[in-house]
Design a protein around this ligand. Structure first.
Ligand code: NAP
Length: 266
């Protein structure tokens, strides 16, 4: 009997994916980039400002070292240059991962009345509006794909959390924006979804005063348990699933990857 051996297939085989937001190997986006490569994607990373050299160093810890392009999502020239660069390298874009968030210090942990508009607007620009800016810059390349998927990282915004303050508002707006973008881009062949991740100890998370309060409750209340030091892999795998054609008819959706915490009461 002749037996045929097929090479293992990855769910992202042949896909070209840009992943923003890899800073350290704790970054949620690191988990995304790692699992995307393991599932056959060709991955490019983008890094920002002073973190760019750290992104380059972290890139070497991935299974294959991807190139890193510079991209500050608040800078129109860099958005244009990044889209040109990705166009020259890939010719199209099948997957785009938004893993970007920032709020000035007085937007976090001081209650809602402390921050003024200047700081709030920065939080909203970097954490929310940037999804629109990113999608718009890369739309010609996404439309060239036969099946394009945009995935953003969210923290469940249906509730008010301790300390999260204006980032919580930015995430609520991100959830709404993702639905509107899904409405507008569906007819153009582009899906837009979010992964609402449970808390993971990253550089961004450490800047949230009282982050330890999440740590205390999450593992005990989440039906599946939750390891704050390691769950970037669970988040990465779910994001990769949404990037893949397995979710070809899903858009405007929020997938919780939080151990089931959102579904439980006290
Ligand atoms: P992280 O490793 O610190 O990543 C945040 C990234 O955003 C960094 O690479 C940061 O770059 C980048 N960034 C900030 N301003 C930017 C700008 N203007 N242009 C481009 N990039 C910019 O933290 P993370 O926790 O993985 O965060 C990734 C995403 O996951 C965020 O949207 C976050 O809200 C979300 N999320 C995190 C958690 C959690 O518990 N960690 C839970 C749910 C959702 P620099 O550091 O160089 O500024």
């Amino acid at each position: 009997m002749v037996r045929y051996c097929h090479p293992p297939m990855g769910i992202l085989d042949g896909k070209k994916v840009l992943v923003t937001g890899v800073l350290t190997d704790d970054s949620l986006a690191f988990g995304v980039a790692r699992h995307a490569q393991e599932q056959g994607a060709e991955v490019l990373l983008s890094g920002f400002g002073r973190g760019l050299s750290l992104t380059r160093r972290t890139a070497r810890r991935l299974p294959e070292t991807p190139d890193v392009i510079e991209l500050d999502v608040t800078n129109d020239e860099q958005l244009l240059a990044a889209a040109n660069e990705v166009g020259q390298r890939f010719g199209r874009l099948d997957g785009l991962v938004h893993a970007i968030g920032f709020a000035p210090a007085n937007c976090l942990g001081n209650g809602m009345l402390a921050a003024e508009w200047e700081d709030v607007s920065t939080a909203l620009q970097v954490s929310t509006y940037s999804l629109k800016a990113l999608v718009k810059a890369f739309l010609p390349l996404l439309e060239t794909s036969v099946s394009a998927s945009v995935v953003g990282l969210d923290f469940d915004a249906s509730l008010a959390w301790p300390g999260y303050d204006w980032m919580g508002v930015a995430k609520a707006a991100l959830e709404s924006l993702a639905r509107y973008l899904a409405r507008d881009l569906g007819p153009r062949g582009v899906r837009v979804n979010l992964v609402a991740a449970g808390p993971v100890r990253t550089v961004a998370a450490r800047s949230i005063p009282g982050f330890s309060r999440f740590e205390e409750v999450w593992d005990t209340r989440a039906p599946l348990g939750w390891d704050l030091a390691d769950e970037e892999h669970a988040v990465g795998k779910a994001t990769v699933a949404l990037l893949s054609d397995l979710f070809s008819k899903t858009t405007g959706e929020i997938v919780h990857v939080d151990g089931g915490f959102h579904a439980t009461g006290a």
